[in-house]
Design a protein around this ligand. Structure first.
Ligand code: AMP
Length: 112
């Protein structure tokens, strides 16, 4: 997608701090972290949001990779949160499907 921020990060046109990459997934540190560890896990294929995904492998892969990255970041023992903001009411600000991996502090519930 031509004007998609995260597609530009995938293509290397915008810099990012990568923590994981394979043929279908990229993970990088959030530029405005909301927790000591805040990583975005995204598919390399563009989907505006989870609403555009019909292939369960896409979401399954993202969640499994997020859990693997959490383990690699040392978050397994204390836990962490995976978030997928969707659309206007969901607080989504970048229209490229992404999972937030947040950890390193106690999360509150309900979210704001
Ligand atoms: P959301 O608000 O759920 O759509 O999440 C988008 C996230 O992308 C926010 O947490 C932003 O801080 C993050 N973000 C925006 N631009 C960049 C960037 N250039 N590099 C890393 N993270 C970014």
């Amino acid at each position: 997608m031509e004007n998609c921020l995260f597609c530009k990060i995938i293509q290397g046109q915008i810099p990012s701090t990568k923590v994981y990459e394979d043929e279908s997934v990229l993970a990088f540190r959030d530029i405005a972290p909301q927790a000591p560890i805040h990583i975005l896990v995204i598919p390399k294929s563009h989907y505006d949001s989870v609403r555009q995904v019909s292939n369960p492998d896409v979401l399954g892969t993202l969640m499994i990779k997020a859990a693997e990255i959490a383990q690699a970041e040392g978050l397994d023992s204390k836990g962490y949160r995976l978030v997928c903001n969707t659309g206007q009411d969901g607080g989504q600000t970048v229209d490229h499907l992404h999972i937030h991996l947040l950890g390193g502090r106690v999360m509150t519930w309900p979210p704001g």
